[in-house]
Design a protein around this ligand. Sequence first.
Ligand code: CMP
Length: 144
Amino acid sequence: SMQRTLVLLKPDTIQRRLIGDVISRFESKGLNIVAMKMLRVTPELSKKHYAEHVERPFYPGLEEFITSAPIVAMAIDGLQAIAVVRNMLGATSGLKAAPGTIRGDYSGSQQMNLVHASDGPEAAQRELDLYFDAAEFCDYDPVL
Ligand code: CMP
């Protein structure tokens, strides 16, 4: 069925000038980008977004990283989009992600892994609400 997921192009994607390459992969896959914006994540937003990681030892470094430069936030629609996008990203660590995945092809880091995507329907709803107002979603018919 159709799903909507939240994707973040993290600061390393912007600083390495990989925005276009990463977005091209989602377009080539036939997914629909229905919202997109560049913003700076604040420490407050980071703590909300990564609520489940705030107590982890790696969280301080993660917050420093995610607030270090702008990000691009996108809402992406498609059939089974949540799992499809997660599969396109590859394993969390760029050191373990398979070749052919975005992280596998471009990242050699556990933390600077280029892209975030929601890991399930509840996370998608929660995370979409953190970054977008309802009026910002621009639905349209895909043309084949
Ligand atoms: P993401 O998919 O956005 O979810 C949590 C993020 O924390 C993850 O991508 C990485 O950027 C980061 N992360 C996860 N595990 C580790 C770790 N062991 N050490 C450092 N950063 C991590």
